[in-house]
Design a protein. Structure first.
Ligand code: NDP
Length: 326
C-alpha cells in the first residue's frame, strides 16, 4: 500500500499561456485505482501528476476557451494548469445536472459501467448481474445502470456492513454481501444469487473472479474491468483456479479499457441525462475537501473508505453545481 510519504506537494510558477492556450483553475479532481498502477513506473518522480479534472478557464488566449467556461482535462492533482483547446473538453451544461457528474456518472466512471454492461457483457432484460466493489464509483454506477437497462436481479459485494446496507436500502441492489467477513465468497454469492448469475462486472479480480466463475450460468459473460485486490499485493494472484469452467459453461470473459470506448460517451449522455433530470438516478460521490487532502482521498479510496466515486473538491467547486442551462 502506498503511504503519504510517497508524495510531495510542490509550489511552482505557472507558465504564461501562449497563443491558443488558457489557464484553468481546477475545481474538482478525480482519484482512481489505476493511479496505484501508475505508481509502479508510469508516473515519473518529481513531476506534476496527471488525472481527470474539471476546472474553470480564468485566463485565455484561445477563442475556443472563453473565460468562465468549464472544461474537463487530464492535468490533475494540481490547482492550476495551462491547456490548449485540443487537450480539453468544454463541458456541456445540462440543466439540473451537476458539473461534477462529468467525473461520476457522466464521466469515465459511468462510461466504464455502461460499456461493461452494454458492449462487453451485452446485458439482456431479466438477467442476473453481479457487481464487485459494488459500493465504489464504477460499482454504484453499474448497479443502477443495470437496473435502468432492464436487469432482472442485481447483486453486489462490498467491504462493510454499512456498505451492504447502502447497496440494498438506497442504491437498488436486490441483495449484497460483505466480502471482508463471513463465509467464503463462493458461499455468500450462492446465497444472494441462488439461481446463479448471467453477468459479472469484475472490479476486483482474484478470489472474486473465481467465485463469480463458479456461480455463473451457462453462456454467462464476464466484463473484466479491474483487479483492485492485486494492485498493491506485490504478487500474482492465486485465483482464479477454475478457468476451465469457462469452457464447460460456455462463458465469455472479456477485459476492456474505457479509453477504447470514448465514442460511446455521446450515447451515455443521451441515455443518462434524462434519467438524471427525472431523478431516476443520481450521482453518488465521496467528496474530500481541499487540494492538500488529495493524497488522503486517494489512499482512503484504496482502503475502501469511499462510497461512490471518490473526488476532491478544490476551493469554490461548490459554486459550480448544478450546471446552468445551455
Ligand atoms: P472504487 O470507487 O470502486 O474504489 C475502490 C474500491 O475497491 C474501494 O472502495 C474498496 O471497496 C474496494 N477494494 C479495495 N481493495 C479491495 C480488495 N482487496 N478486495 C475487494 N475490494 C477492494 O474505484 P473505481 O470505481 O474508480 O474503480 C473500480 C475498479 O474499476 C478498479 O479495479 C479500477 O481499476 C477499475 N476501472 C477500470 C476501468 C477500465 O477502463 N477498465 C476504468 C475505471 C475503473 P470495499 O470497501 O467495498 O472493499
Amino acid at each position: 500500500m502506498p503511504v503519504p510519504e510517497d508524495f510531495a506537494e510542490a509550489v511552482l510558477t505557472l507558465a504564461e499561456p501562449a497563443e491558443g492556450q488558457a489557464v484553468v483553475e481546477n475545481l474538482w479532481l478525480s482519484v482512481d485505482p489505476y493511479m496505484r498502477e501508475c505508481m509502479d513506473g508510469d508516473w515519473e518522480l518529481d513531476t506534476p501528476l496527471e488525472g481527470r479534472s474539471i476546472g474553470r478557464v480564468v485566463e485565455s488566449r484561445s477563442a475556443e476557451l472563453p473565460i468562465g467556461s468549464l472544461v474537463f482535462h487530464r492535468e490533475g492533482w494540481r490547482t492550476h494548469a495551462v491547456v490548449s483547446a485540443a487537450e480539453v473538453r468544454v463541458l456541456p451544461r445540462y440543466d439540473g445536472v451537476a458539473t461534477e457528474s462529468f467525473l461520476g456518472l457522466l464521466g469515465g466512471t459511468g462510461l466504464t459501467a455502461y460499456v461493461g454492461l452494454t458492449r462487453i457483457a451485452r446485458l439482456r432484460a431479466g438477467e442476473t448481474v453481479y457487481v464487485s466493489a459494488a459500493a465504489g464509483g464504477v460499482g454504484t454506477a453499474a448497479g443502477r445502470l443495470a437496473r435502468l437497462l432492464g436487469a432482472g436481479r442485481v447483486v453486489g459485494s462490498a467491504g462493510s456492513p454499512a456498505k451492504v446496507r447502502l447497496l440494498t436500502e438506497e442504491l437498488g441492489f436486490d441483495a449484497a454481501f460483505d466480502h471482508r467477513t463471513g463465509p467464503s465468497l463462493h458461499e455468500q454469492l450462492g446465497r444472494v444469487a441462488p439461481d446463479g448469475i448471467d453477468i459479472y462486472l469484475d472490479n476486483v479480480g482474484g478470489e472474486h473472479l473465481e467465485a463469480a466463475i463458479g456461480a455463473m450460468r451457462e453462456h454467462g459473460r464476464i466484463a473484466w474491468c479491474g483487479a483492485i485486490s492485486q494492485y498493491s499485493s506485490g504478487s500474482a494472484p492465486a485465483a482464479p483456479r477454475n478457468l476451465f469452467d469457462l469452457v464447460e459453461k460456455s462463458i465469455r470473459l472479456e477485459g476492456f479499457l474505457v479509453a477504447n470506448y470514448r465514442q460511446v460517451q455521446a450515447e451515455l449522455e443521451e441515455f443518462l441525462v434524462p434519467h438524471l433530470r427525472a431523478g431516476h438516478i443520481s450521482d453518488r460521490l465521496s467528496v474530500t475537501e481541499g487540494f492538500d487532502r488529495t493524497v488522503d482521498a486517494f489512499l482512503g479510496m484504496l482502503r475502501g473508505e469511499n462510497t461512490g466515486k471518490s473526488v476532491v473538491r478544490l476551493g469554490r467547486g461548490d459554486l459550480e453545481s448544478p450546471c446552468d442551462t445551455p
